[in-house]
Design a protein around this ligand. Sequence first.
Ligand code: ZN
Length: 261
Amino acid sequence: MKTTILRLSIAMATLIYFTAIAHAEDDTIFQTSTIDALMEGVYDGNFTYGELKKHGDFGLGTLNDLDGEMVGLNGVFYQVRSDGKVFVVPDDARTPFAAVTFFEPDRSLTLAKPLTCNELESYIETLFPSKNIFYAVKIEGSFDHIKTRSVPRQKKPFPPLTEVVKHQSYFELDKANGTMAGFWFPAYMKDINAAGFHLHFITDDRQAGGHVLDCTVSSVKIEIDYSRDLDLSLPETSGFYNADLTEPSGSDVSSVEKGKK
Ligand code: ZN
């Protein structure tokens, strides 16, 4: 009897130990390339979506040749093209920039109050236990209005992102049900990823979405996944190897990501 109890407790301790390890790994944000490289026109990556899925089931990014906006939810990665059409990204497609994680919320709450995107983001920041770590953020529910954009596929020689966004497509949706997926990074991360919020959106019917520029929420569930780990994988491409990344592009990133001119 004693042996059985001992074996059982060892088994339980092992289970707790491995559960803790699995949980710690799940909290890691995995990223390929840097926002600075994307700003500089490094639109070819060697990382496939099949590989990306091993590092997360949730996130955002783009596809090679900057072919639209990508949003990942529940293990499915969607491409929102610049013509507004939505496709499921095949495993053999490649990405020049993406950030993903296995989404497990540490904090979850519902909000039934009309707020603009700016107000919503300020409110979510008050929920963070610190402004010095990373967060994956999921906002699901009904939106009175949402404005998104997507970028057109590029040909070599690739222009910088500040040029591409001059030809971006805008999409405006009223009374949309869907989910925003993305991240919040501290300002000190601005050359690695976008500082502050970066959110992509997809409707429940998976017919529309894009990079979020503005919104008014009516009733949403907010989920926040705290993260203190970043696994950064740099592209093994001539585009990345030869890009001039000596000039930080933090202010250009905020104009490109927030749509501010
Ligand atoms: Zn984006």
